[in-house]
Design a protein around this ligand. Sequence first.
Ligand SMILES: NC(=O)C1=CN([C@@H]2O[C@H](COP(=O)(O)OP(=O)(O)OC[C@H]3O[C@@H](n4cnc5c(N)ncnc54)[C@H](OP(=O)(O)O)[C@@H]3O)[C@@H](O)[C@H]2O)C=CC1
Ligand SMILES: CC(C)(CO)C(=O)C(=O)O
Length: 292
Amino acid sequence: MRIGIIGGGAIGLLLSSLLGKDHDVTIYVRRCEQLQAIKEEGVSLSESNRTTRVASKMFGDWDRHDLMFVCVKQYHLDELIPLLDQLDFDIPLVFLQNGMGHLEAIDRLENHQAIVGVMEHGAMRVTDTIVNHTGKGVLKVAPYRASNISMYKVKELSAPDFPIQFMEDFYQLLAKKLVVNTVINPLTALFEVENGRIAEDPHLKKLAYMIGEEACEVLQLSFDEEWDRVMEVVRLTAANLSSMAKDIQEGRRTEVDAILGYLMERATKKHPNIRFAYHAIKAKEGQRSRSE
Ligand SMILES: NC(=O)C1=CN([C@@H]2O[C@H](COP(=O)(O)OP(=O)(O)OC[C@H]3O[C@@H](n4cnc5c(N)ncnc54)[C@H](OP(=O)(O)O)[C@@H]3O)[C@@H](O)[C@H]2O)C=CC1
Ligand SMILES: CC(C)(CO)C(=O)C(=O)O
């Protein structure tokens, strides 16, 4: 299959490496150095010696593909949407952003086939061509505005080293992941701890409970069910530093707007814990940029 991957970050490189073995993959990047590096070196996983040859092009210099994955952060989408709008409407676009802030951006592509996905893999970019596959998992996808033909194209990509699970309801898929990120990401970023501390420290666990309760109220999910899921993810990823904790540690912008910001916009009540966590993360982002 001819696959386009937009974004040469951790997830874009990981997908290129996993799918490039069996498919005709083109990765779209925004920097000439990365374009050149991928042309010369291909892409590879840091834990294996295998290099995968893929084509690379600049953002917007689109070829015709059967399917495209959008692997940029939610806050890059504003710039990308006008370029995506140039693509043929029948090319399915699979959006892999955390949170739910990207739905508003997808709505602006009203004629395109749109699928949303949750990557339950962990990935960290090591160089412009090498990625560390820190956690193996599944890709869960659901149609946002997509035909059976589009979903069928995604189904064809499922493979033993890249399993794909299909869900009917995009809202349930994204909302459940949003609760996990709302509870784990800000607390681990603020207290600079690995995910597992949330289960070990009774005070952090209490804070997690309070934020989780509010998130479920906003998203209209059953708190009892979601709390068990959150604690399961905490246990399964105990040794991980969450993506928000990593972003803060490395002085990068976080995805707090797509996660807590999204909930604040939808909250009908005050939900003080969500608001507190949102502003605390914003302050932490600012603190870092001021000290540079
Ligand atoms: N990493 C992970 O383990 C997981 C990530 N996700 C989600 O996947 C999405 C992508 O994450 P990830 O790959 O980790 O992110 P990265 O930060 O590693 O990569 C983002 C990519 O977007 C590019 N980009 C595009 N437009 C812009 C712009 N306007 N400004 C700056 N950069 C731009 C960056 O280019 P450049 O290289 O030039 O900076 C980079 O290649 C996120 O929404 C994340 O939440 C979900 C699950 C797991
Ligand atoms: C599941 C979790 C919390 C794993 O660290 C994650 O998605 C993230 O860090 O963004």
